[in-house]
Write a protein that binds this ligand. Structure first.
Ligand code: 5GP
Length: 196
């Protein structure tokens, strides 16, 4: 998605060779118009798959799941990271290791919101090590639902996430794929280096 790549160059910042800061427009302050276009892009990619539900993980996937679900005309569900007292014991859960926070946590979705009849599209802000998305795919599997694919807003293609998902037979669509980066330079997959 050209507009997203241009925005990453303009307002994103490679803090190191592995961490990209995009909190000016994607995951802290949020550009609402760009978010709706991202949702539309995912909807266009997966519309023919008959998606019935969009899944994500709180918190930074929620607005992308909302935009995608709205464009597809279906509900979305976000996995919770901490068990609220209102969440019953009747949940699907999976363990996840957080790349950015360097800690383990558990994600859960109430069983009543994920039946075996669903055709599920998973979306998230980043595909990095794939831990969060692999956790979600495990939940979809446990529910006996059909996973149509995964949509990532930003993929760091030099990390193992895409490979892990593809090995498991999952279709992966990312709107911006970063081949490599270092402070002051971000290189997208199949393009020449772009200086910020
Ligand atoms: P995973 O390693 O499981 O693919 O990534 C899990 C989560 O870590 C992503 O959903 C995203 O919120 C966060 N994350 C991973 N890499 C980056 C990064 O380079 N920058 C930012 N801002 N968040 C990241």
């Amino acid at each position: 998605m050209k507009e997203l790549q241009e925005r990453i160059i303009r307002d994103g910042r490679a803090l190191s060779e592995t961490v990209l800061k995009v909190d000016a427009f994607l995951n802290h302050q949020v550009d609402a118009e760009l978010t709706m276009k991202i949702g539309q892009a995912f909807a266009d990619l997966f519309r023919s798959e008959g998606v019935t539900k969009v899944l994500t993980v709180e918190a930074s996937g929620i607005h992308f799941a909302l935009a995608t679900a709205y464009a597809l005309g279906v509900p979305f569900v976000y996995a919770k990271k901490k068990k609220a007292v209102t969440l019953s014991d009747d949940v699907f859960s999976a363990p996840v290791y957080s790349f950015t926070r360097q800690e383990h946590y558990q994600i859960s979705i109430a069983k009543q919101y994920l039946s075996s009849q669903e055709r599920v599209l998973i979306v998230d802000d980043f595909l990095a090590t794939g831990a969060a998305l692999v956790g979600l795919t495990q939940i979809v599997k446990d529910a006996g639902a059909h996973l149509v694919g995964v949509g990532a807003v930003v993929e760091k293609s030099f990390q193992e996430g895409r490979g892990l998902l593809e090995e498991a037979g999952v279709r992966v669509e990312s709107l911006a794929r970063i081949a490599s980066m270092k402070p002051g330079e971000i290189q997208f997959v199949e393009s020449s280096p772009v200086h910020s």
